[in-house]
Design a protein around this ligand. Sequence first.
Ligand code: 5GP
Ligand code: SF4
Ligand code: MG
Length: 452
Amino acid sequence: CGVFGIFNHPQAADLTYYGLHALQHRGQESAGIAVSDGKRLKHHHGMGLVNQAFSRDILDKMDGNMAIGHVRYSTSGESLLKNAQPLVFNYSKGDLAVAHNGNLVNARIERDVLQQQGSIFQTTTDTEVIAHLIARSKKQRFEHAAPDILSRIDGSFALVIMTENQLLIALDRHGLRPLSLGKIGDDAIVASSETCAFNAVGAKFWRDVEPGEWILINENGIETGRFAKKEEMSLCSFEFVYFARPDSVIRGRSVLSIRKELGETLAKEHPVEADVVVAVPESSIPSALGYAHQLDIPYEMGLIKNPYAGRSFIEPTQELRELAVRLKLSAVEEIIEGKRVVLIDDSIVRGTTIKRIVKLIQDAGAKEVHVRISSPMVRNPCFYGVDMPTKEEMLANRHEQEQAMGETIGADSLAFLSTDGLLEAVNIDLAETNQHCIACFSGAYPTHLYLD
Ligand code: 5GP
Ligand code: SF4
Ligand code: MG
């Protein structure tokens, strides 16, 4: 998911709309905005893309000088309009809107406790727990209650919460998800999952939100504090591999340059003699460029993506799914025919996507297809908000050897980036591996999981 918030700007809803556009890659299932004119919240949600959920008419009615927004992709709770965020509530202390990126690992336990105390939940999301905790807090005022309840939730959360006249921004104690602050001029403050949204709204990057930090913004100014001791940071490394947009900067590191470096390291670890390097667009293009550059093999646009095609893995039958891949991607014969092709992808989870793409390249006449993956094998589920299938469905858990995996996807060879290679590219001290979460690759989770 992606979250956005803005304080003290006359076009708060419009800018949130633009911000969400820039964060669209983080969620395409639903979009929502809540805006405040200082007295009441107004909100609107819709299914699909930001421009499907909102029209000029709707935005024109959303006046106010503070707003928060959300684009959703569901990892907890079904893909339903009632689960679309920001979740908006009216409670004893006024109006409340909550937008959350991440996944709370103790949501079910807290939900049970709250339900026993009489809470009636309206959605099936983990996020709703946050609103109930605020509403039930013994602290009367929002500015005291909201920071106070953050120590009760665990897992990943980049949060923006709004009342009629206050904005609260917070990041989980592990810093699992990215969250940055920006400024427009001297007066307006923005918060965003990724810095790419700052460019879209004319904001300047100010600083990142620290793990375990909350920031309260209201008419009195900005107040910050901590709800947790500064723990070892474990920022999600998958953000760099696949999730984030390449023009974003996360914790001072350009996603684009890290992705190129992943490709260069992959080339050093697993070189291959070939005529052309081809990327699976879009997310693998930078690492393919890095791979090609390192080995001095030409990079070519051997696969073209239809920008209007939807997501392929929701099609119901095998036949339709294969057709969907062909709608989405097309191989350029002129580039591929008779060639030894290195095909670069960012990650393999089930292996179904890459298998179809290998076939596409072979059908276009490739002599050999060597698949190189710019991340290690995904073997473990993510509990922090990135959608993953069960362990049994993961290609890496269905085979002992890389060679057998390669045969399954129909490639002449297959190789993955090493875990050290990933950690080196994201530039951290290898002795302190928990500056980045690599749990889906390594199985070492940075939080308690509350599984029974
Ligand atoms: P699979 O190997 O499961 O067929 O597909 C993995 C590919 O799906 C990766 O290349 C990744 O880029 C893409 N992908 C798109 N959305 C998601 C997602 O929500 N989770 C994961 N794990 N991969 C995704
Ligand atoms: Fe990111 Fe993987 Fe950790 Fe999930 S388990 S937060 S996807 S690195
Ligand atoms: Mg992909």
